[in-house]
Design a protein around this ligand. Structure first.
Ligand code: SF4
Length: 388
């Protein structure tokens, strides 16, 4: 039997003979695939449940499929999660993974438990091209976009890491933020497919209020997002004026603050739920953007804007000269905003003992690989626990 158009489309850029990784197929595309195989649409629903509810990756374990169907699936498809190469556990319960993807690239995924909530920070690209001045990932340059399977696969591996598929242990992941490595809107289609699966009841069933896409400001893509997704939105602002933001977030030179805030407002205004607001992310860097004058300017900029503000004290990393502001500086900045009536949270530092700054675990693994080549026989203690 020759491969159908649906099979070829599902393969995407992976080549004519590559197996389709079913992990990243949203329901609609899974249904098309099964229809092309001559199967009823409910088979697609069963497949999603096997993969995302039961964590099954072997077609032979799918006992409600005929032997012939399992055989055909094994000829054209696979279910392949990304591979964990390193894992770190913080004393505060934060767990961080370095994940190897097709072609050898590494990305990071972090799970941050907080009471009843557990937020998974998911990566969308290997590296990043946008080179924000305070970002460890930006220093690594851009390698490639992740596939939808590699993005939603980070949710899969987090659950699997706790042996929690069908175990009755409760939900390992209650919230997702697309805030790991990469700019999600520069990998638009794959990120939208992956987020669809995160929200799909037959997969992870996470509410649209609990799946958040964070962007540094790719305005044309943000305008498109309103037509195809209903996730929550966060803007990485980090400065109240274009002069400063141009230095911190270079894409601001192309899409300045006013364009970005207007686009985010259009997104929010087009939601059926009128209570939605934009989360404004503001990384506080000592002596750069943490003065009370800049806090007042930020308050002026956002007056009347439907938002809440999340202040993130900078996490220092080795290639950066920036430093974290003092607790007093963070409090003063926070107070100015609160006094102007804003809802403001300060991200508490989590996972400090496992290098909380995004991109650092990957840096450690890459660095370890290089050192290993040079010092093959040395037994220096290493900060990461290698799994593979
Ligand atoms: S902050 Fe985000 S958009 Fe900017 S370089 Fe880092 S990963 Fe890329």
């Amino acid at each position: 039997m020759s491969d159908s158009e649906a099979v070829q489309e599902a393969r995407g850029d992976m080549g004519a003979t590559a197996p389709i990784n079913l992990l990243g197929l949203p329901l609609a595309r899974m249904q098309i695939l099964f229809a092309e195989l001559g199967e009823k649409p409910f088979r697609a629903q069963q497949m999603l449940k096997w993969i995302h509810h039961a964590g099954v990756t072997d077609f032979n374990e799918m006992t409600n499929f005929s032997v012939a169907l399992r055989q055909r699936l094994s000829e054209i498809a696979e279910i392949r999660p990304p591979e964990i190469v390193a894992q770190q556990d913080s004393v505060d319960g934060t767990r961080k993974w370095a994940v190897r993807v097709e072609g050898g690239g590494l990305v990071e995924t972090v799970l941050i438990p907080d009471g009843q909530r557990a937020t998974l920070c998911v990566s969308s690209q290997v590296g990043c091209s946008l080179d924000c001045s305070f970002c460890s990932t930006g220093k690594q340059g851009f390698q490639r976009d992740l596939t939808a399977a590699e993005i939603v696969g980070q949710v899969w591996l987090a659950i699997n890491s706790y042996d929690a598929f069908q175990s009755g242990k409760g939900r390992v992941v209650t919230n997702v933020v697309m805030m790991g490595m990469g700019e999600p809107l520069l990998n638009f289609d794959n990120v939208v497919d992956a987020m669809d699966l995160m929200m799909e009841d037959l997969a992870y069933g996470i509410s649209k209020r609990r799946v958040t896409l964070s962007t540094s400001g790719v305005v044309p893509a943000l305008d498109r997002l309103a037509d195809v997704s209903d996730v929550s939105l966060a803007i990485s602002l980090h400065a109240p004026n274009d002069e400063l933001r141009n230095q911190l977030v270079p894409i601001n030179r192309r899409y300045p603050i006013s364009m970005l805030l207007d686009s985010a407002r259009r997104y929010i205004d087009s939601r059926s739920d009128k209570k939605r607001v934009v989360t404004i992310e503001y990384t506080l860097i000592a002596g750069v953007n943490d003065s009370t004058e800049l806090a007042a300017e930020l308050a002026e900029l956002l007056q009347g804007y439907p938002c809440k503000i999340n202040l993130i004290p900078f996490n220092p990393f080795s290639q950066s000269d920036y430093t974290r502001p003092s607790g007093n500086a963070v409090s003063r900045f926070w107070q100015v905003l609160v006094d102007r009536g804003f809802i403001v949270t300060v991200r508490t530092t989590r996972g400090d003992d496992i290098d909380a700054a995004c991109g650092q675990l990957v840096g450690d693994v890459v660095d370890r690989t290089r050192r290993s080549a040079r010092y093959r026989d040395s037994h220096k203690p290493q900060p990461v626990k290698m799994l593979g």
